[in-house]
Design a protein around this ligand. Structure first.
Ligand SMILES: *Cc1c(COP(=O)(O)O)cnc(C)c1O
Length: 396
């Protein structure tokens, strides 16, 4: 294999197309798919050397694979992180962050506004393992600071929050983490690497569900965890190697090829999301619109500092569940589903689906009301999407 070269000055869109390339002796232009579980050796001596790490190369795809390695390197270049390990899903990445970096007796501070399965890890799994957890409001810097204890080892958050699109100030939280001698772990699935790079903003560990914008076409599950070389090599890679949450080389290849268009896709999806948000804001039937790209977003100043755009996801609130159901059922182009970051525009009712299991008394605290809908802008013609939203509002 021969690494393809790229100037250090290459910008993100260029890195997303070429980064991490590694050519076989055939000189293929498009990255090769190594759909193999194992690797072979010319001699027993070569096999011993490979296992001892004296002879670089791969042994078994659970521990490493050339196609997966290209995806990892491309993602590391995009995020601005020194090292990365791909995982089977976004949740395998978040799980790896917790289980490889924490031990019994440690304390974690987590934002309250997190993805349902992340919430299960934090609220159910960690306490069972003897790891104490304090939940705080994502945007309340004072609460994060007040929650710090001598045994605090990790701060966990997602920004923007799903589905309310509230924003955490990553550089301030990274300072709080540093002062506490704790790690800041950011799940950046909602923003995507094309909008925000938490590692550059001070996060110690960044996770992605590659299922979302990185695939961007709703085809396969995947995830990735990024950090510095030492933390990846000493803690995260051994955990993943032995616990089995590896990415399939086929999915790695799909994700690697999808990265080539991520800048273009996310830029277009974000400009469409802004247009839809602006149209919704003018509409008398819409109670509230949340979109980080709107100038009146409560944390607009933080958005400007840490995000390249408002992202691809917005939320709108109608009067009640009956209205939000009628609106979603009335859409003709935008599909009812639960993903985001997809080429197809999607509407979701978090109260009854993605956040169904959040206890009833906590839903208002999280801003998850029966009238709330999350919308992910896709790659359709923006005029068709605006028309679709306006005609569906007529049915409400
Ligand atoms: C979707 C998502 C996950 C989980 O990703 P999977 O690939 O479905 O496992 C984790 N965090 C956030 C913020 C997500 O949106």
């Amino acid at each position: 294999m021969t690494k393809t070269s790229l100037p250090d000055s290459a910008r993100p869109a260029t890195r997303a197309v070429h980064g991490g390339g590694d050519r076989s002796h055939f000189g293929e232009l498009s990255e090769a798919l190594f759909l193999t579980s194992s690797f072979t050796y010319d001699t027993m001596e070569a096999s011993v050397a490979r296992f001892a790490g004296e002879n670089p190369g791969f042994t078994y795809t659970r521990t490493g694979n050339p196609t997966i390695a290209m995806f990892e390197e491309r993602m590391a270049l995009l995020e601005g992180a020194p090292a990365a390990r791909a995982t089977a899903t976004g949740m395998a990445a978040v799980n790896a962050a917790f289980l490889s970096l924490l031990k019994a007796g440690d304390h974690v501070i987590s934002a309250r506004q997190i993805f349902g399965s992340c919430r299960w890890l934090v609220r159910e799994l960690l306490p069972k393992l003897g790891i104490a957890v304090t939940m705080v409001d994502l945007t309340d810097i004072g609460a994060w600071r007040a929650a710090v204890r001598p045994e605090t080892r990790l701060l966990f958050l997602e920004t923007p929050a799903n589905p309310t699109l509230e924003i955490a100030d990553l550089s301030v939280l990274s300072k709080i983490a540093k002062e506490a001698d704790a790690l800041l772990v950011a799940d950046n699935a909602l923003a995507s690497p094309a909008v925000q790079n938490p590692y550059r903003l001070g996060a110690d560990v960044v996770t992605y569900s590659a299922t979302k914008h990185i695939d961007g076409h709703g085809r396969c599950l995947g995830g990735i965890i990024l950090s510095d070389e030492k933390r990846i090599n000493d803690l995260i890679a051994p955990f993943l190697r032995h616990s089995g949450g590896s990415l399939s080389p086929f999915n790695a290849w799909v994700l690697l090829k999808s990265l080539e268009s991520i800048s273009l896709r996310v830029e277009r999806q974000a400009s469409t999301a802004l247009r839809i948000a602006q149209e919704l804001k003018k509409h008398p039937k819409v109670k509230r619109v949340a979109y980080p790209g709107l100038p009146d977003h409560p944390q607009a100043e933080v958005v400007k500092r840490q995000m390249a755009s408002g992202g691809t996801v917005l939320a709108l609130e109608l009067a009640d569940q009956a209205q939000s159901f009628r609106f979603a059922n009335g859409l003709k182009v935008i599909r009812i589903s639960n993903n985001f970051g997809d080429a197809k525009s999607i509407v979701t009712h978090p109260f009854s689906t993605t956040h169904q299991h959040v206890p009833a008394e906590e839903k208002p605290q999280l801003g998850i009301t029966p009238g709330l809908l999350r919308m992910s802008a896709g790659l359709e013609d923006p005029d068709d999407l605006v028309e679709d939203v306006l005609q569906a509002l007529e049915t409400v």
